[in-house]
Ligand binder design. Structure first.
Ligand SMILES: Nc1ncnc2c1ncn2[C@@H]1O[C@H](COP(=O)(O)OP(=O)(O)OP(=O)(O)O)[C@@H](O)[C@H]1O
Length: 500
């Protein structure tokens, strides 16, 4: 939605769901307008945001700061961000206040002073109720920025009041690993124990939990949110309270990713948690990501809202590599990120890049020792898929072509849960992407990009003991995964999330 969209447009004048489909435009056939999505995703929610700007909060040297001044410094002129931040932080402080009041006799002087000063104001925050809200806005409007600022601010307040603050005080999570990394959290499934039984230790760790953030909510399905509600009740040992009584911040943008093979939340009928429990909706409207490229930002906005204009499509087409007017393939920057629709396309690009690398640095002469900056790794423990159609296109005995063409589509793990590329084609500093949530809090998430640095062999394995294989005529060292102790990667960096 544009900056000048007002509440009445949002609530009354939105496009009906079906009217956004256009028979002639294949792009629009697959799209639902942002306005329609908002309407569907917030069927009954009214926009309620309390103003709490005058609360004085303790800062580092024990003095009190006005939260509005603080948020002005952080968010500048972005009134939407400020309002959201103020509401979230005030609700958190209210919870601290309620807790501290229950323990009033043992209060330290700083806390006493804080409570006495702000008692009346704090009690009015969100009318003293639990906050269950939805924070939305197009990609780049600062949802993650507001969330990380909220967590940082609350942690500072706690530190000043000498109240313990750890990763469980505000549980920061996102539905996917990559999104969790960008807000320095965990996946929602892992943070809320969605896939396992809760044990006593979990309940203990949640004793001081005041809020849960679940980002990239468009990717979630109804059952996950219901399960989150049950698990929060268990973890807080508050079976009668919604989400066990903790503040809930759902964040995301329904025009972004949808759940895999499941209905998006906005198409669910009678989804009480989403339709009735969420009482506050924040919408961020100013795009900060494209401040330095406003034209591109506007194109992405149109893609998101009602689909691109003819002029947008024409402009993008002038940038198609290899087209008449577009840049040549030699102009592709080295650090380019490819977005492909299918894994087959992805593998073809990867193999093309590897082929160019071999052409530049390897020899077709069998007497020349292959360089050690390149290593292929054969996977173990894999099942060939039954009658893979692609395999019939080449002769398995022609190893050279076989290694060049074989890819992820051809094999599955023994338990059939994953597909793997049976032959990783690596060289030092080759960009690679982690495809599993290994250690999300340390940024090792599905989607995290990094560079291949090298391998450590198991004792007794040397480069000479490796197999030499031929790919597209070039000679390359090849290790079996069982010969490796570990693979090392470097320079983790978080991928930016695609907006369209
Ligand atoms: N008020 C602000 N002032 C300056 N920069 C900001 C502000 N708000 C956000 N940004 C910057 O704009 C960029 C986009 O913000 P952010 O990633 O939080 O957006 P988002 O809404 O979470 O996007 P997405 O939906 O794609 O995850 C970031 O680099 C962030 O630091």
């Amino acid at each position: 939605m544009g900056k000048n969209t007002n509440e009445s447009v949002f609530l009354e004048n939105v496009q009906p769901f079906a009217a956004t489909f256009s028979a002639s435009d294949s792009f629009q056939n697959t799209r639902v307008s942002a306005a329609a999505l908002h309407r569907l995703s917030l069927k009954k929610t009214t926009r309620v945001v309390d103003t709490i700007g005058n609360i004085q909060l303790p800062v580092a040297n024990g003095t009190l700061a006005n939260i509005r001044q603080y948020s002005k410094c952080l968010f500048g002129d972005d009134e939407d961000q400020r309002q959201t931040f103020e509401c979230l932080t005030a609700s958190f402080v209210l919870k601290l206040y309620q807790r501290a009041r229950a323990e009033e006799t043992s209060l330290e002087s700083t806390k006493k002073r804080f409570l006495n000063t702000e008692k009346n104001v704090l009690e009015k925050v969100n009318r003293g109720a639990q906050l269950i809200c939805f924070l939305s806005g197009p990609g780049g409007t600062g949802k993650s920025f507001v969330i990380t600022s909220y967590v940082r601010y609350c942690s500072e307040v706690c530190s000043n009041l000498r109240i313990k603050f750890d990763s469980k005080t505000i549980v920061v999570s996102a539905i996917t690993g990559a999104a969790a990394v960008s807000i320095r959290g965990q996946t929602t499934a892992s943070a809320l124990c969605l896939k396992r039984h809760i044990i006593e230790d979990d309940v203990k760790q949640w004793e001081n939990t005041y809020a849960v953030v679940a980002d990239e909510i468009s990717f979630s399905k109804k059952s996950e949110i219901e399960s989150a509600n049950h698990k929060c009740r268990e973890l807080k040992e508050e079976q009668s309270l919604k989400f066990g009584g903790v503040d809930i911040v759902f964040a995301g943008d329904f025009t972004q990713l949808r759940p895999v093979r499941a209905k998006p939340i906005y198409l669910e009928d009678d989804f009480v948690i989403w339709d009735d429990w969420i009482h506050t909706f924040f919408e961020l409207r100013t795009n900060h990501r494209f401040k330095n490229d406003v034209r591109w930002g506007n194109i992405l906005s149109r893609f998101r809202d009602l689909g691109p204009s003819v002029a947008d499509v024409n402009l993008i087409n002038t940038r198609v590599i290899g087209s008449d007017d577009g840049p040549g393939s030699h102009e592709i920057p080295k650090n380019v990120t490819y977005a492909t629709k299918t894994n087959v396309d992805r593998m073809a690009i990867n193999d093309g890049i590897f082929f160019n690398h071999m052409k530049d640095t390897h020899s077709k002469d069998p007497h020349v020792v292959p360089p050690v900056h390149t290593l292929c790794i054969k996977a173990g423990n894999l099942n060939w898929r039954k009658n893979p159609r692609e395999l019939t296109r080449f002769n398995k005995n022609t190893e050279d072509i076989f290694y060049a063409c074989v890819g992820e589509a051809h094999v599955k793990s023994v338990d059939e849960s994953k597909t793997y590329d049976p032959l990783l084609k690596l060289y030092k500093n080759r960009p690679v992407m982690i495809n599993d949530n290994i250690d999300v809090t340390n940024c090792e998430a599905n989607g995290t990009m990094c560079e291949f640095e090298g391998v450590i062999f198991k004792t007794g394995v040397t480069i000479e003991s490796l197999e030499k294989i031929v790919i597209d005529g070039y000679h390359v060292w090849c290790a079996h995964v069982s010969q490796l102790e570990s693979i090392s990667i470097a320079e983790l960096y978080v991928p930016s999330i695609c907006n369209i």
